[in-house]
Structures are given as structure tokens and as C-alpha cells.
Design a protein around this ligand. Sequence first.
Ligand code: AMP
Length: 505
Amino acid sequence: MNLAALLEKSARHFGDRPAIALGHELFSSYQNTAERVARLAGGLLRRGLRPGDRIAIAMKNCPQYSDILFASWHAGATAVPMNAKLHSREFAYMLDHSSARLCFVTEDLEPVIRAAAMETQSGVEIIVANSQEYDALLKNNLAPLAQLEPDATAWIFYTSGTTGRPKGAMLTHRNLLMMTVSYFGDVDAIDETESILHAAPMSHGSGLYILPYVAKGACQIIPESGGFDPREVMEVLATHKKVGCFFAPTMISRLINDPSISAANTSNLKTIVYGGGPMYVADCQKALDVLGPKLVQIYGQGEAPMTITGLSRAAHMDINHPRYLDRLASVGTARTDLEVRVVDGDDQPLPVGEIGEICVRGDVVMQGYWKDPQASAESLKGGWLHTGDMGTFDEDGFLTLKDRSKDVIISGGTNIYPREVEEVLLRHEDVAEVSVIGRPNADWGEEVVAFVVATADTAPNKAALDRLCLDHIARFKRPKAYFYVEELPKNNYGKVLKTALREMV
Ligand code: AMP
């Protein structure tokens, strides 16, 4: 089994079709892409690369990104995509920890990676994508497709590390093939006339979704900016048809709140798959109003890539269902290819309605963490991946997340789930963003406090926020203090760093 076979197959079936576009322009057909990838793999092998060697990627989104991923697999190597916005020290950690032989970089990241490489022991070689050295690799003979065991590691996915050191989830060829097939089953059907717009980082969700699109001979569109800009997204939609994208919830909010959206023609937008963090109900409803039936939610994590539960397009539009709003607040139902359960502290399954840790089992679940047998054993205890997320099922099998276990606030022995309080505070029109955490309290253990980012210059007043809470949730869940901040601390994937907020209080 080798994921690079997906590209070979599409080149055979859809050779002349566009494989990669840069903005409005065609970059390469399937046939040319597959040939370039096989030559690049030949170049890597000539450089002495051996099956299983790690190839790090520190690149912003660009047409070479998917070539390098596929060439790594074609040659039998393991890809280690790294978020382009990391700090030099974080890059150094990942290069060292994965003992990467090679690191591909875009020109803008070359200095920071050279600095990082100086701190590592592994003697990693750096190759700038699109340099003469890179072009020389493309002049090699076509390498044959490496024959790999299904459990060979294809991708080391470093977790975003909202606490502590990132861990490297080992995703095998089998895992990612299952993720690909499950996409067609549960998320969206795709054909060769469609495309994916990579406005989110290709080191993360958008990069994983290369696979279903390549498997069906669809096109990958790389925005010229290499990132997310609402206006550029709308420009791309003017030329490309049937466009799908993976967005973090904050990207959807930015898109629909951009002034240019009112004049834009979004009929070429087919699907936005969103996930990676909470999408608040009010934002979701607004997005559906503005964009129409184009949203699909997924809940996954690096350890079970993009695949734990999903909220389908149909569920987003089922507005007459008596539990419609609860469903919008949920992460949907268990994906076809895996088992999902909610367990207590002794790993015993809990009944419907009770909150516990979400555990999953199936072919999409990682092999373990790279060079960390202890963390692997803890995480995969009893053959189930322990996600660290708390949640509860309703009677129809819809799962609602209740924050990470470490984010739950325990006040006077009662659990308070920050998201519930956040959803209420976000109803206030002057609240743009909010994050709720627990602050140590001598009497109660912890008490609820909220960090609020205001939409306008005038911060919403405390009395109004209190009133809102008293109208919607139990009194003890109401924040005891509000801190007004310019912005919330976030990591490079846009996830709020509650650890940093806890340090602030
Ligand atoms: P990562 O491994 O960086 O993709 O982060 C995965 C974590 O993001 C999960 O364990 C959840 O805590 C969170 N997450 C992922 N998808 C969703 C979603 N649809 N809604 C809320 N949180 C999510």
C-alpha cells in the first residue's frame, strides 16, 4: 500500500485534467504532476534517502507542497509537515525529535530553518523549493513506486501543543487511506470537475484533504498569497467551479463578515468543511444565511485525522427538527469507519446524556506517538484512542463536546463547561470573542472568569453580561469577573490558549 498510488491512478485516468492551479492560472496537469513527483522521488533516492527516513516540510502553501508530500511517499519516506508559523525553537524541536534527514522550505522560511537546524543534532539538509538544487532533483529518472506495508508511517503529525511539548502522531498509509474513503462516505462526494482551495495551512487539515481530491482527479488551487484572505477567496470563486475548502471556524466568520461578501458570487463555492475548534451556534446560523447549504462540520484530531464525528450538510439544513439548535451546537454523529464512545474515569461506557471522555477505535486511529511509548500506551489504553475531549451523546447519537478535560472548571465540586458559558456571552452583540476559564478560589476550588474581546470601542458592560447569563444558565456558572482584552492568546492554528489565560489570572 502506498498513498502515492492515488496520484498515479488519477494521472492514468485524468492525465490531461488540471491537477494544480496557482490562483487563476493552471500550474500543472495530472500527467505532468505525476511525472514530476516520480522524478523528485528519484532525486531523493539518489541523495541516499532510505525507506522510512523522515522528510520535514516547513513551507507556506505553494504548488510544490503536494509534490513533496507525494514524492516522499513515492520514495517510501515519512513526511513531517510543520506549521509555517512556528518559532525557530519549535522547528528545532521537531527536526530533532523526528531526526529528519531533509527539510524542504519555502524561501521565506529558509533563514528560520537554518537557525533551527544549527540547534539540532541530526544534521538535517535543507532544500529550498523552487531553487536550482530543487530543480536538479526534478531531472532524475522516474523512481518506481515504493512498495510499503500498510502500517508504514506516512505522516508524522505534530499536535498543536496547547499544553507542553507537541507530540508526533504517527499516521500510517492505512490511516490516511481510511480517512480518504471516509471523506467520500460521510463528508462529500467529489468528481474530477471539482477543486479544493488551500487557504488553510497545508501542514494541517487542508493538506490532509489533498488526498480525497487527488484520489478523484480533482484540482488543488493554491491561493497566490499562500494563505487566507477573504477577498482572494472570492476572486478564486470567480474562475474556479465547484470549489471545496477546509476552514477553521474563525475563517468562516472572517469570510462572512468581510464587506465584500455582499457583492460576491458564491455560487461556485460547493462545500466548506469546518472543524478544529468550536463553531458557535450564532456564527453557524449566520454562515448558513449568507452562504446557503454549504457547510459540513467535522470533529477530529491529529491522532484520528479529520475523522471522529461529522455534522452533515443535511443536518445543517434540517431547521424544522425539534432539536435543530442542539444539533448545530454538536459535532454530529460517529463517522462510518470508527466506533466512538464516552467513558468514565475507569474507561466504562456511560449512558446517553452523561459526560465523559470521548474514546475512539478504528482504522483511522494513529499507530502511536513517535518515540514516545509511554504517551502512546496512555493514549491508546485498551485499544481505544483517548481523545482528552469531554463530551456527551444524545439519544440520536449526536455528540456534543464539553471542552478538553483539562479545561473543565470544577467549582464547589460541580463541573462547569466553559463552552456553555461562552455560547451565552457570545449572544451579546458587543462581544466579538470570549474565552472562559477557572480561577483558583479558596472556598470553591475554582470560580468562573471570562476574557472578553469587544466588537466596538465600548466594551459590553458587566451588568448586561451578568443579566444574559442569569437569563440562560444556572447562577453558579455566571463569571465572577470579566477581563476585557484586545485579543485572545492563540496558537498558530488559531486555537485559544487557555493555559496562557490561566497564567494571566
Ligand atoms: P488538532 O489535533 O490540532 O487537530 O486538534 C484537535 C482538537 O481540536 C480536538 O481534540 C478538539 O479538542 C478540537 N476540535 C476538533 N474539531 C472540533 C470541532 N468540530 N469542534 C470543537 N472542537 C474541535
